[in-house]
Design a protein around this ligand. Structure first.
Ligand code: MN
Length: 404
């Protein structure tokens, strides 16, 4: 067995008996495992590194996380998602962690909501720090870290970020809910080329994007398993799209982008005769399982990870896959599903968090931890949502936290 994988199995065994080991030992061992390996390894260095151990470890982690995601799904949850639209009663009926059909129900007394990470492992480390992850974990506190997707691209630490994220989900499966972002995908075509789900801007370095980076690395370094990219892309396909959160007697939605296109893909300009924008969605299951493409050829699942809130009603971008939704769309969505509000990522929020629609929709952006990161001008943050419904911004760079 590869040594790195053997070391991780030891870490798993340690985590399994964490109640009986000295406080701090699990954190120390975890960080030594991750950071010991990655010290002095930046992307260019991996070209000459022996990546056989990394390949074995990553295949193992991908398999473990796929198993855990499958174990989160239940027939009970699937049936509940198919029987109505009221999220509060769904959350009352289902147990914490229940999931199916690309959705999860979370009922905790504390949530940490993490926006786009974009291959910024330093940001992920700061997330663990500002959320007091290891302390809370050691005390068996009740909390969940919800990540809103976009783990890769526009950054320099793809494999390190993914490794830490999956190691955490493997060791602490109930602590992490990993949603899918629009960057977490791609297809390998018959000729071996990769079709990412987005266009890489001409001004960007393609090697800052996960699929081209992995292909270039595999071409230049035969010790990297060339099948690893396909395994990662398959795992991205397994990630859920929506988490429904209960906090303070209210229901909240977490999603990468935002709302589906209103009115079964018809723009308001086309029809506008519907009673509400969401009459075509009879149940929560219809949100993620609806198959009919919209006018831009996208499914509702894709809508959920691509759309943005409008700054004004001229910003609807009706013909674009990355369309906008208005305050009226948002209000009717929350009314239809019984939601207090939505947490989403997908757009850069310069101060880490941006409020829309009277503060009921929050954009969270968590990448940009250091001066040499892709989003160095951003002040990344996460949001803490407590059981009493209070939301607090936690900056990842040192600053005072502010109450919303
Ligand atoms: Mn995005």
């Amino acid at each position: 067995m590869e040594r790195r994988l053997a070391e991780f199995l030891e870490l798993e065994a340690l985590a399994a008996r964490q109640g009986t080991i000295p406080p701090g030992r699990l954190q120390f061992t975890f960080e030594a495992f991750l950071d010991g390996y990655w010290a002095d390894r930046s992307n260019p260095d991996l070209v000459d590194a022996d990546l056989a151990g990394l390949s074995a470890l990553h295949h193992y982690l991908i398999g473990q996380v796929a198993m855990r995601l499958a174990a989160e799904e239940s027939a009970e949850a699937a049936a509940a998602f198919q029987t109505g639209r009221a999220v509060p009663s769904l959350l009352a009926d289902l147990p914490h962690g229940a999931g199916a059909l690309g959705m999860r129900c979370l009922k905790s007394t504390r949530y940490f909501i993490v926006g786009d990470l974009h291959a910024d492992d330093d940001a992920l480390q700061l997330v663990l720090q500002v959320s007091d992850f290891w302390e809370r974990q050691a005390k068996s506190e009740d909390f969940v870290i919800v990540c809103l997707g976009d783990y890769v691209d526009c950054g320099h630490q793809h494999l390190k970020t993914l490794e830490r994220l999956l190691a955490l989900k493997t060791l602490f499966p109930t602590r992490f809910c990993l949603l899918r972002g629009n960057h977490d995908g791609g297809r390998i075509l018959a000729d071996g080329s990769v079709q990412p789900p987005y266009r890489i801007p001409a001004t960007d370095d393609p090697l800052d994007y996960f699929p081209p980076y992995m292909q270039a690395l595999a071409a230049g370094n035969p010790s990297l398993d060339p099948g690893l990219l396909a395994a990662w892309l398959n795992l991205f396909d397994c990630l859920p799209y929506i988490a429904w959160l209960e906090a303070g007697g209210q229901a909240w939605q977490c999603v990468h982008g935002g709302l589906p296109r209103p009115g079964r893909g018809q723009s308001l300009a086309d029809g506008g005769q519907l009673k509400t924008h969401w009459d075509h969605l009879d149940s929560l299951a219809d949100i993620t399982m609806h198959g009919q493409p919209d006018n831009a050829g996208a499914s509702i699942r894709e809508n959920l990870i691509w759309s943005d809130p409008c700054r004004d009603d001229d910003d609807l971008r009706l013909q674009s896959r990355r369309f906008g939704f208005s305050a009226a769309h948002f209000d009717s969505w929350c009314a239809a599903f019984g939601l207090a509000g939505i947490f989403r990522g997908h757009e850069v929020a310069e101060n880490g968090v941006e409020e829309h629609f009277g503060g009921r929709l929050l954009t969270v952006f968590s990448s940009g931890s250091t001066a040499d990161s892709h989003y160095s001008w951003v002040k990344p943050a996460i949001v803490e949502l407590s059981g009493d419904g209070q939301r607090r911004i936690l900056p990842l760079r040192p600053e005072a936290a502010k109450v919303l």
